[in-house]
Design a protein around this ligand. Structure first.
Ligand SMILES: [Zn+2]
Length: 526
């Protein structure tokens, strides 16, 4: 009997979640997420999977977020033919999210190819299309929380509410095994998925089983504790930001994950409007996916929770043309658009239209992965490139870290302790290097043996029975650390900006030419 796990994503970074679980009964994967962040990291989406898609017998999906589900259509395109197990709300959300993602892949590549033709570069094909996404939906198999289901001979799974997003789950896996003396025994694994805070607008507290052999825990906020805020305090903090933005005289642009984050913001904004805490302002929801997701939330939520999703000030932007027309609105509008990390989608147009205006405000309300445009803006960049255009950043860039769907350090620690005893190993995944190290230290301080905690890197393989790492069967696709930092594209953009600012600051053309000459000499001798 052999059981192994390969970390095919979200190891040393927060995106691209995917575990390959190999057993004698067959191979399955847990999650199949898209990589987000720097260009170097995103290029992984175009490369081959580190396994044969046709050999995979099933997918266990923790939740609908694109960094966990976004490469499912690529898996199907590559020949995967098995069931995808997910809770019913997750299936409902995917019905809209995957085709939307396919559409984004198609349009982004179309735009890129128009540029590539002009620059004499080869054309690119999309990772997958809307049609691939539609085919993927046919593979979905709804599962209920708390009920065991046999997915392969000798392999059972049970889903627990992770409290992170509508339908989100931690997944318990039992594999039939035998002890050294031949006695039958069971190997118990638990994949946390993303763990919620227990305080979010729509979610319950995360739960899970006890007594695990191998625990896989996310660590997105592993090095941070957020202040505890009540519903009223959270709304007041949002109101302060919105009022300041309106007072500044421009628009307020909020990059927001279409699913969950947008709906949470809508409910809070509706409450603030109704209680007279905000002046009347038009709120534009410019994401077709957010509109669909709002309908799914309305279906699965109680009547009271769902009521805040509509308000006379809210306007759903119907199509791309209406989205373009928002460029004419110069002040007083609140624009919610996706993607949440500013990497793709309509938000990039709104940033292009508003970043250069000093009276505009951009408010970050979600986690921004290393290398993503959102993180670059948070870092104080003065210029950014969007769709190949250089844009000056003069807008106010603000961050409100109270809407996260992720547990912070204390909550992750509490969740882990509730799973005890863990007999063999705790793997920390889904966190950038600093966050993971922070959670590791916190666990050690809390009395968990250091030797029990492992920090796997991308494409590492671990033999679970013997509890020791086996030689990786393939070369890691990225060097260690790459998923936690800016890549050369980010640094290149920064260097160009530095040079152009330096040139402008010099007081004569002679000095400018001398500087350029020096730079060119360095380049020539490199
Ligand atoms: Zn998530």
């Amino acid at each position: 009997m052999t059981v192994s796990v390969t970390f095919c994503g979200a190891a040393g970074g927060v995106t691209g979640s995917c575990y390959l679980l190999r057993t004698d009964g067959g191979d399955i994967i847990v999650d199949c997420g898209m990589f987000q962040g720097s260009k170097t990291v995103r290029e992984l989406n175009y490369g081959a999977f580190p396994f044969k898609a046709a050999d995979i017998r099933g997918v266990l999906l923790t939740h609908a977020h694109i960094d966990h589900s976004g490469l499912l259509p690529k898996l199907v395109k590559a020949g995967f033919n098995g069931p995808i197990y997910a809770t019913e709300p997750t299936c409902d959300l995917l019905t809209y999210m995957l085709p939307d993602s396919g559409y984004i892949q198609e349009t982004e590549v179309e735009r890129l190819n128009r540029r590539n033709v002009r620059r004499g570069r080869p054309e690119v094909t999309p990772i997958y299309t809307r049609e691939d996404a539609e085919k993927t939906l046919k593979r979905l198999q709804p599962v209920d929380y708390h009920e065991w289901r046999e997915v392969l001979p000798g392999l059972r799974v049970r889903y627990w509410d992770a409290g992170h997003l509508l339908g989100s789950a931690s997944i318990e896996v039992e594999v039939d095994d035998e002890a050294p003396d031949g006695e039958p025994r069971t190997l118990r694994l638990l994949f946390s998925g993303d763990i919620g805070t227990g305080e979010a607008v729509f979610n319950d507290a995360p739960e899970g089983p006890k007594n695990i052999d191998y625990l896989f825990v996310e660590s997105t906020y592993g090095d941070r504790n957020r202040p505890e805020v009540s519903d009223a305090e959270r709304r007041e903090m949002l109101a302060v930001e919105v009022r300041a933005a309106i007072q500044a005289g421009g628009n307020l642009v909020i990059p927001s994950f279409a699913v969950a984050r947008t709906q949470e913001l809508l409910v809070d904004l509706a409450t603030l409007f109704n209680r007279g805490k905000l002046p009347k302002a038009d709120v534009f929801v410019d994401s077709p996916l957010a509109q669909r997701a709002t309908e799914v939330f309305a279906k699965h939520l109680s009547h009271d929770d769902a009521r805040g999703l509509a308000h006379p000030n809210f306007h759903m932007v119907p199509d791309a043309e209406a989205s373009m027309q928002l460029a004419r609105v110069k002040s007083g509008a609140i624009i919610l658009s996706a993607s949440g990390m500013c990497d793709a989608g309509r938000i990039r147009y709104h940033l292009k239209n508003n970043l250069w205006r000093p009276e505009s405000t951009v408010l970050m309300v979600g986690f921004q992965a290393a290398g993503s445009l959102g993180r670059v803006l948070q870092g104080g960049a003065k210029h950014v490139r969007i769709h190949g255009d250089e844009i000056d950043v003069r807008a106010r860039i603000r961050t409100l870290d109270i809407y996260s769907g992720h547990a912070d350090q204390d909550m992750l620690l509490r969740w882990t302790k509730e799973r005890m005893p863990v007999s063999r190993r705790i793997f920390l995944t889904h966190g950038e290097d600093g966050a993971r190290a922070g959670l590791q230290q916190a666990m050690i301080n809390a009395g968990i043996e250091e030797s029990k905690i492992a920090l796997p890197m991308l494409d590492d393989t671990v033999m679970l029975k013997r509890g020791q790492a086996k030689q990786a069967e393939f070369k890691p696709r990225l060097p260690a650390g790459e998923m936690s930092r800016d890549d050369w594209h980010n640094r290149y953009a920064h260097s160009v900006t530095e040079l152009s600012e330096k040139l402008r600051a010099l007081d004569s053309n002679e000095k400018r030419e001398a500087l350029l000459e020096k730079v060119l000499q360095d380049i020539a001798s490199a």
